[in-house]
Design a protein around this ligand. Structure first.
Ligand code: NAD
Length: 501
């Protein structure tokens, strides 16, 4: 990092070193709470992606990581986790400054990150390969080996957590990584790369190229040396990335958009359900793929639930994200604020009622992208506000007649990422979970994660799974070794005709 006029200037992180772009282009990273310039960052393109892939390819080929004893990889990854833990206060502050999420949320989220590296290091160390029931005098053993160089494209809403969900299994399995973080929030990813190097992850194993999706991202997706692409982003970006992966016949994992239903069953405690529904909708100012933005409540309980939700939403403290008392920060960018405002107007025009919010708050700086927690009532399932991902602090309350009706509304959408069910009876919740077309379903909770949880969506919400054993396997490929324990057959010297009857 250098400084220019008192502003930090960051390069890419390639082969263990910070490097500017060949043409020295940079772009600005700004604080969404007040518009202040936080740093300038190198703007990469095909040249920088090419250098990063070359460094990763060399690192993979010489086995400095991929052929390291697994216990040694585990030791280094555990050290990396410890170093992240030490750096958490600075990482949380930096991430909060760039994303705009309240520091109290950022601390809670980032405090989970070290355990992902420890978990996947343990998964790699305890992985047992299979011996298949191959017939005859043979032994067929199946080895899981790394893929090679993998490309990871990450969004701005949870920069470090989402990167970690991809990076931890990729590294544990022995791959080398080129990551392209979001252009809005690249700073913590660069910091993580420095921490990784200092923790002993060899040069070239984890590289970061900063820049924009259309240029740096596209270059990463088209390079034939990359063996897997792992994207978290919008559904339309997913289609582009999956198509490019298809052209190169490589693996792809896409974690995409969502519009999660929050189903309040008639037996649920309405206070708890209202607390859950507001938490589901407004955490991260609604900028999360699993945001609970379709609240389904029985028609006889809607007024009571809405009244409780509105009371809670109005009490949410909006303000400076770095103030630990703040519960709701700004949206990440001007386009994200404009999108939220546009959808609220669409909702009004569609005939829905704004029960609270529906405007920018008066207190915080005008240059910040703040928007009040907004609850729509009188929403019909076919309305655009109930079908499209807004990615702002806006939730829609809809009513159902009976559980079949709730299931129909919940599933009648192109997304299938997450859902939550609120009930006094866990068995009833589990039965309902069977009927939902979603990859992640919470009963009496929302947003809760764990490294062991396979994470991903159905339908337009994505393909493949992150984290858990499934996520680890997606960063490996199998190699079947078949050993003949008998004398080899001399096919041409014998009558090898198989009699079929
Ligand atoms: P985005 O799709 O704009 O960008 C994601 C990443 O892809 C960024 O690094 C971007 O630069 C890159 N990119 C964009 N266009 C590209 C292209 N043509 N080729 C290659 N790379 C490209 O998404 P975003 O706005 O940063 O994030 C918000 C979206 O992410 C929302 O739709 C949200 O639902 C989704 N998301 C999904 C999950 C999940 O787990 N399913 C989690 C968080 C966010």
């Amino acid at each position: 990092m250098t400084t220019l006029d008192g502003i930090a200037v960051h390069g890419h992180f390639i082969d263990g070193h910070e490097r500017p772009s060949a043409d020295e282009r940079t772009f600005d990273v700004r604080n969404p709470a007040n518009g202040a310039l936080v740093a300038r960052v190198a703007e990469g393109g095909a040249a920088e992606i090419g250098s990063a892939i070359e460094a990763a390819s060399n690192a993979f080929a010489d086995g400095r990581w991929s052929r390291l004893a697994v216990r040694e990889r585990q030791r280094i990854l555990n050290g990396f986790a410890d170093a992240i833990e030490t750096a958490l206060p600075e990482l949380a502050t930096l991430e909060s400054t760039c994303v705009g999420r309240p520091l109290r949320e950022m601390r809670a989220q980032l405090s989970r990150i070290p355990e992902f590296y420890r978990y996947f290091a343990a998964v790699a160390r305890t992985a047992e390969d299979a011996v298949t029931p191959f017939e005859g005098p043979y032994v067929n053993y199946v080895r899981r080996v790394p893929l090679g160089v993998v490309g990871q494209l990450t969004p701005w809403n949870h920069p470090l957590l989402i990167l970690t969900k991809k990076l931890a299994p990729a590294l544990a399995a022995g791959n080398c990584v080129v990551a392209k973080p979001s252009e809005y929030t690249p700073l913590t990813t660069l910091e993580l790369a420095r921490i990784a190097r200092d923790a002993g992850i060899p040069d070239g194993v984890f590289n970061v190229v900063t820049g924009f999706g259309a240029e740096a991202g596209a270059a990463l997706c088209t390079d034939k040396r990359v063996r897997k692409l792992d994207l978290t982003g919008g559904t339309e970006t997913g289609r582009v990335v999956a198509k490019l992966a298809g052209e190169n016949l490589i693996r792809v994992t896409c974690e995409l958009g969502g519009k999660a239903p929050v189903i309040v069953l008639p037996d649920a405690d309405l206070d708890r359900a209202a607390a859950g529904a507001t938490f589901a909708a407004f955490i991260a100012s609604g900028q999360t793929c699993v945001a609970g933005t379709r609240v389904l409540v029985h028609e006889r309980q809607a007024d009571e639930l809405v009244e409780r939700m509105v009371r809670r939403a109005r009490a949410i403290r909006i303000g400076d994200p770095l103030d630990l008392a703040t519960q709701l920060g700004p949206l990440v960018s001007a386009p994200q604020l404009a999108r939220t405002e546009r959808y609220v107007e669409i909702g009004r025009a569609e005939g829905a009622t704004v029960a609270c919010g529906g405007r920018r708050p008066e207190g915080p700086p005008a240059a910040g992208f703040f928007y009040e927690p907004t609850i729509f009532t009188g929403v019909q399932p076919a309305m655009r506000i109930a079908q499209e991902e807004i990615f702002g602090p806006v939730t829609c309350v809809m009513t159902y007649r009976d559980v079949d009706d709730a299931v129909r509304i919940a599933n009648d959408i192109r997304f299938g990422l997450a859902a939550s069910i609120w009930t006094a009876d866990a068995a009833r919740g589990m039965k309902l979970a069977e009927r939902l077309d979603c990859g992640i379903i919470w009963v009496n909770d929302h947003h809760r994660i764990d490294p062991s949880l396979p994470w991903g969506g159905m339908k337009d919400s994505g393909m493949g799974r992150e984290t858990g054993l499934e996520g680890f396997r997606e960063y490996t490929q199998t190699k079947s070794v078949i050993v003949n324990l008998d004398d080899p057959v001399d096919w041409y010297a014998t009558d090898g005709i198989v009699r079929l009857s």
